[in-house]
Design a protein around this ligand. Structure first.
Ligand SMILES: NC(=O)C1=CN([C@@H]2O[C@H](COP(=O)(O)OP(=O)(O)OC[C@H]3O[C@@H](n4cnc5c(N)ncnc54)[C@H](O)[C@@H]3O)[C@@H](O)[C@H]2O)[C@H](O)CC1
Ligand SMILES: [K+]
Length: 488
């Protein structure tokens, strides 16, 4: 899994890599530029686009000079806009690449930029070397870039955005950010989505193990990481091996939530799924989902289940139901939706939640539990302290959901699509997480597989259904996620 290190540690990472591989820093910059150019060529541009490249005086600008050269060699019509005064000392690698810019590339000062003369803009003005508050001229340059109406592709980070925090000023508003080696932390914050646009991670040859040598608690989960977290079942497996789970979900008028989480658990591979529901609502589940069983409050033996998920559609007044589960079950469980709202109103119940359990708040549930927050950084800090204190896992849901583990590690998910913001999407996730716990996965394994596959299912469904995507589409795409990951 990729580690997300601080922008200020990137220099250290570079020198580690350069030493290990015996390559020059210039070659590393070339790899970055090659990766960018390859991605650029893979996009469906027509070939006659006029490309503007804005370059600063540091290594981000150096990437830009190299990109301008490569794109020009590939036949693109490139104009390079320098974002520094004549005579400014360039960083050594930027200088080497500046000297290699071919004569086919037009050179101009950023002050001469006419937005209507270009189709695409590449922003290689400022990268992770930004220090302190943005200087006056930088604000003017960023404004010039933002006056452009076409696609803006930012190199490494949108210029002006600090790599690991938020800022109070305007940054480049990119349509895509192509970030090198690992995503910089600030690119994963919801409040910076307006600057980052679509995020693409470009491999420049730095290995996960090299990143691991640098201290950080942040990680980035990608598709290639997921299969290793899955349990393998042999051909003698029987339904008992796939777990017996209980979903405490649904109430009058909210039985859809129980249906969605139960069906999702079945699609995720659960052997036996039982729903604890009000007796009056039993016909809904029994007739819509014959593969599940139902039980009612006075007859349930919690201890016979391998995992329990509580909350979808439960109703926020079901305090006693939640308390009974907590009093009668001691293995990790999943708490979602109304269970979280109950916890936020009855904080004394938190200490009863079994260690290793998973809480899955979206942003409003998070704030209900932990109070108003101003930034994602603050949320991450609060979640970390909570996880360490109570030995619980918290999933902060949203684009790039963050898996906050009991030991303080925080893993950003890379899968998902904006079409997943639909009613019942969270119920599907609760079903998946509970299902994996019931199949003997550790909470960490369940979170990694469940969160990634839920996002992937959303991507698959969204590709076909676009904004018409509903939660049932997401759960019906779960089988395809196993296929794509080659998990049988
Ligand atoms: N391993 C990698 O990820 C690689 C990344 N590369 C690229 O290098 C940059 C980082 O380069 P660096 O030289 O350290 O800094 P920048 O170019 O980002 O910035 C320096 C530039 O910025 C000016 N500046 C600093 N602070 C301010 C401010 N507050 N206001 C205005 N201007 C400011 C400073 O004067 C310099 O001119 C990384 O992002 C990647 O793009 C390598 O190419 C390869 C490996
Ligand atoms: K940039």
């Amino acid at each position: 899994m990729l580690k997300i290190i601080k922008g200020s540690d990137v220099r250290h990472l570079d020198s580690l890599h350069i030493q290990r591989k015996g390559i020059s820093s210039l070659l590393l910059m070339e790899n970055a530029a090659l990766g960018f150019a390859e991605w650029f060529n893979s996009q469906s541009y027509l070939g006659n686009e006029r490309v503007a490249v804005f370059c600063g005086a540091g290594n981000n600008g150096g990437d830009g000079f190299a990109i301008a050269r490569l794109l020009s060699k590939l036949g693109w019509k490139v104009t390079l806009f320098t974002c520094f005064e004549p005579g400014t000392l360039l960083s050594p690698d930027a200088k080497s690449n500046f000297d290699l810019v071919p004569s086919a590339v037009r050179l101009q000062s950023w002050k001469e930029f006419n937005p209507s003369s270009f189709d695409v803009l590449i922003d290689a003005y400022l990268g992770v070397g930004l220090k302190g508050e943005l200087r006056k001229e930088a604000k003017d340059i960023i404004q010039a870039i933002n006056s452009f109406q076409g696609q803006v592709l930012s190199v490494d980070v949108p210029s002006g955005l600090p790599s690991d925090s938020n800022c109070s000023w305007e940054c480049v508003r990119a349509s895509h950010t192509l970030t090198f080696a690992f995503p910089k932390l600030a690119l994963l914050f919801p409040e910076n989505a307006q600057f980052t646009g679509e995020l693409v991670v470009i491999d420049i040859g730095i290995e996960d193990s090299e990143l691991m040598e640098i201290d950080s608690d942040y990680f980035f989960l990608q598709k290639k990481d997921v299969p290793n977290y899955h349990r393998k079942f042999n051909r003698f497996a029987h339904k008992g091996d796939f777990g017996k789970i209980l979903l405490v979900a649904g109430s009058k008028g909210k039985m859809g939530a129980a249906y969605l989480s139960a069906k999702s658990a079945l699609r995720t591979g659960s052997g036996l799924v039982t729903c604890l529901i009000p007796e009056s609502e039993r016909f809904i589940i029994q007739s819509s989902l014959p593969e599940t069983m139902v039980v009612f409050e006075d007859q349930v033996d919690y201890s016979k289940f391998d995992a329990i998920g509580v909350g979808p559609g439960l109703g926020i007044d079901s305090v006693e139901v939640l308390e009974k589960v907590l009093d009668n079950y001691s293995s990790p469980m999943v708490l979602d939706a109304d269970a979280l709202t109950i916890l936020s109103k009855h904080k004394n119940l938190i200490k009863k939640v079994p260690k290793g359990s998973i809480l899955t708040p979206h942003l409003s549930e998070f704030e209900r539990l932990f109070g108003k927050t101003d930034s994602h950084l603050e949320r991450l800090k609060i979640a970390k302290e909570f996880c360490l204190h109570y030995s619980l896992n918290v999933l902060i849901k949203g684009a790039n959901s963050v898996i906050c583990l009991v030991d303080g590690r925080q893993i950003f998910n890379s899968s998902g699509s904006r079409f997943m913001a639909t009613a019942g999407s969270g119920d599907v996730l609760t079903g998946m997480l509970t299902s994996f716990l019931g199949q003997g996965y550790s909470p960490e394994q369940a979170l990694i597989c469940g969160v990634f596959q839920h996002g992937l299912a959303g991507e698959i469904a969204g590709k076909e259904k676009l904004r018409s995507t509903i939660a049932s589409d997401i759960l019906e795409a779960i089988p395809e996620t196993f296929k794509q990951l080659s998990i049988s």
